[in-house]
Write a new protein. Structure first.
Length: 100
C-alpha cells in the first residue's frame, strides 16, 4: 500500500507559523526552571512566576527558529564532512551524535 501525501503551499505553511507564533505569544509555554525563565525574560518574553507561564513574542520566536535552522544546517554539514573524512582515513563508517 502506497502512502500519499500532499506538500503544503507556502501560504499554508505561513498560516501555520502565524498561528503557532500566536499561541506562543498568547498562551505561552510552561517553564518551571528559574534560570530559563530569566533567560526568556532577558530576551523579551513575558514571564509569570506564579503560573510559570512564559509568553514568547513573535519576533523572538522567529529569531529562535531562524537560528535553530542555521545551527541544524551547520551541524549537518559538519557531520557529513566528518563522516566522509573518517571513512576515507580509517575505512570505517562513523556515526557522530552532536548536541544541537
Amino acid at each position: 500500500m502506497k502512502t500519499r501525501f500532499e506538500v503544503l503551499s507556502q501560504s499554508e505553511v505561513e498560516r501555520i507559523c502565524i498561528a503557532s507564533f500566536g499561541i506562543l505569544a498568547e498562551v505561552g509555554i510552561k517553564c518551571e526552571y528559574a534560570k530559563a525563565q530569566e533567560l526568556f525574560r532577558q530576551a523579551g518574553a513575558q514571564v509569570d512566576e506564579n503560573s510559570h507561564a512564559v509568553r514568547i513574542p513573535e519576533h523572538l520566536g522567529r529569531w529562535a527558529l531562524e537560528n535553530a535552522l542555521k545551527n541544524i544546517a551547520s551541524t549537518a554539514t559538519i557531520l557529513v564532512f566528518t563522516a566522509k573524512s573518517a571513512a576515507r582515513l580509517y575505512k570505517t563508517a562513523w556515526v557522530l551524535l552532536l548536541p544541537i
